[in-house]
Design a protein around this ligand. Structure first.
Ligand SMILES: NC(=O)c1ccc[n+]([C@@H]2O[C@H](COP(=O)([O-])OP(=O)(O)OC[C@H]3O[C@@H](n4cnc5c(N)ncnc54)[C@H](OP(=O)(O)O)[C@@H]3O)[C@@H](O)[C@H]2O)c1
Length: 289
């Protein structure tokens, strides 16, 4: 996987034709970003197919990139009139059926990384592990992981899996420090798990703050950018994630190539530890104890 990942959650909002999406994908890959993050449910079950249809225009493209997707959330939408409410389903049957549907949507024979989207209060890890085993043996999925899991949930699933879980995709940004506080980041370090960070710009709120915390963080990031003579405060946010020793993989959510480029540029920026702590402190609203 490339260290910077392009996220396709908002893909349907970008209103791109298949040709335009193929062009954007080529531009993203020229930046060294070869990994694309999906979920079965993105765009009300439309985004995987939008990407698959774009890839189908260039038969060589699939072999040059990696596809991450997720399963487990069952939305109650008009597409599934039998569902009365949203549930999570990590049964063997649902995981296998969902992965097979993803393969059809992407017009491919393999998913590079399949994640369980969210932990469920009704979870049988042995069922999920059995599905992983089947998907691995049939070559339909190469690697497995989770998203939004706690360390205990990660360990519970790991106990039943034949192969190590590759990642835990969680929200991390200068705005969202939740996983520094709940033990997950320490767990990643202990287990040598490289996390993927969703909403690295807090869904855009880092650039357009709506509260005091956001204003504090943006103010400090602007100071750091000015002191380092860096244009684009977004680069400071990505560099903050990349600086952390856990080896975080930021998932960029923008549909605009110039904004995606900020993330790739950040790979060449070392903000230094003191600046890392300035941004951390701005988020916390206080200095270290
Ligand atoms: N596992 C999970 O539970 C989970 C949850 C959420 C997301 N994800 C993954 O993480 C990816 C990234 O999440 P995200 O989209 O929330 O990431 P993000 O990069 O934090 O936010 C992207 C949003 O910020 C906007 N933005 C970017 N730069 C901006 C700027 N300079 N000024 C104003 N707005 C700006 C983008 O708009 P433009 O497109 O106009 O640039 C877009 O709407 C998703 O695509 C998905 O793959 C996973």
């Amino acid at each position: 996987m490339s260290r910077i990942v392009h996220g396709h959650w908002r893909l349907a909002e970008w209103k791109l034709s298949a040709q335009e999406l193929l062009k954007l994908t080529g531009q993203v890959m020229e930046l060294g970003v070869d990994t694309f993050d999906h979920a079965d449910i993105y765009g009300h079950y439309s985004c995987e197919k939008l990407f698959g249809d774009a890839l189908a225009l260039d038969p060589g493209m699939r072999g040059r990139l990696k596809i991450v997707t997720k399963c487990g959330i069952k939305l109650a939408t008009e597409k599934f009139p039998d569902r009365k409410l949203k549930t999570y389903d990590y049964s063997y049957d649902h995981i296998v059926a969902s992965a097979e549907q993803s393969l059809r949507n992407f017009h491919t024979d393999r998913i590079d990384l399949l994640l369980l989207h969210r932990p469920s209060p009704f979870f049988a890890p042995q069922e999920a592990a059995k599905a992983f085993s089947h998907l691995k043996k049939s070559g339909k999925v190469l690697h497995f992981g989770v998203s939004n899991f706690t360390p205990v949930q990660f360990e519970a699933l790991s106990k039943y899996c034949e192969e190590p879980l590759r990642t835990n995709q969680v929200e991390i940004s200068p705005y969202c420090l939740e996983h520094f506080d709940n033990g997950n980041i320490d767990f990643f370090m202990k287990e040598k798990i490289e996390p993927m960070a969703w909403s690295p710009l807090a869904g855009g709120r880092l650039l357009n703050p709506t509260d005091d915390k956001g204003h504090r963080i943006l103010g400090v990031m602007k100071e750091v950018a000015a002191e380092m003579n860096i244009d684009g405060v977004e680069k400071i946010a990505y560099a903050w994630l990349l600086k952390h020793p856990a080896g975080i993989f930021p998932i960029v959510g923008s549909g605009k190539i110039d904004r995606i480029r900020y993330a790739a540029d950040a790979l060449g920026i070392d903000i230094g530890e003191e600046n890392w702590f300035r941004i951390y402190n701005a988020s916390k609203g206080r200095e270290l104890p």
